[in-house]
Design a binder for this molecule. Sequence first.
Ligand code: GLA
Length: 380
Amino acid sequence: MIDEVFQRIFGSLPEVMVRAPGRVNLIGEHTDYNDGFVLPAAIDRAITYAGRRRADRLVRIYSDDFKASVDIDLDDIQKDSKNTWSNFLRGVSKFLEADGHRLTGADIAFGGDVPREAGLSSSAAVEVGATAFWNKLLGLGLDPVYAVKLARRAENEFVGVPCGIMDQFISALGHRDHALFLDCRDLTYRHVPLRAGVKIVVCNSGVKRALAQSEYEVRLKQCREAVAKIAATGRAVKSLRDVQLSDLQAARGTLDNLLWRRAHHVVSENQRVLEAVNVLENGELERFGELMNASHASLRDDYEVSCKELDTLVELARQQPGVLGARMTGAGFGGCTVNLVRAEAAKSFAQAVARGYENALGLKAEIYVCQASDGALISA
Ligand code: GLA
């Protein structure tokens, strides 16, 4: 427990603790940076911060996962190329101060059980956790959506990863036993109850997302290029969110096959999310599963962000009894799949998929049966 770690390192109990979960995305992949729709859930794996105030402007932070500490001078916050794990807190602290929130020094220990580089948003959990930590320690009273944007800004502008807003949003504002339907354009959202009787089962391929960042940037550019080309035909579109399937058909001549497929994924995925929310609210779980399956096919064939290991996990999943839907989740190129499985079948599902994966590829998959949980700023 992180409070015990804190006590061991800093010699007293912490003043405050906060917990920021990782996430799994049920549907709506590569739509957030296109102003589209997403439906993630926060999971019961989290990063926890424990800390107390200091009287000076020094932040001493201990990472329990890396078993290392660093000191940060709040008056001179620089990127750390060696202890890169500390950059999330550095970025968050820098931007809070830049926005006029005066921080004090602090002793901090943090760590958790969100697997790194597995597509379950451990980075977002670390950033949102850092924001929630300062909020609680200093009673900043941050507006939750402001806090989400700040955490994302730390990732985009300080750490240097051009992600969308989904991961920070769900880590901050997820609800226990609910998914979160988010409109990434205006940031309106609502919590959608998950049905009793089904489990979210996450299969970790164990493949680190090696290509993820460079290919992510390529996809982002391709989406912008597709928008510019469609707009040049006289349609009033600012992002792929504004494009309908019929517009896409009409613009077929102006987009080459590659750009057409990229745009087709995003446009069709947005439609799938809207339908998925609807059917989930109506308890039509079979249809929800079909939409997950269609999402995977689109990510694999049109968007080309899957890989052999993810496809294998998805195919194995679909052979198991009690499975409603299976797809890759997160940016792709490794990481995890998400599966909707009838509760009574979840255990045998996990065993069969792990066995099948080892037989097929000689690799070990970790399987997590997840409980949707509260975000960091829900009880703050
Ligand atoms: C990563 C990014 C998110 C989102 C997903 C793909 O997780 O951090 O913003 O773009 O990929 O849906």
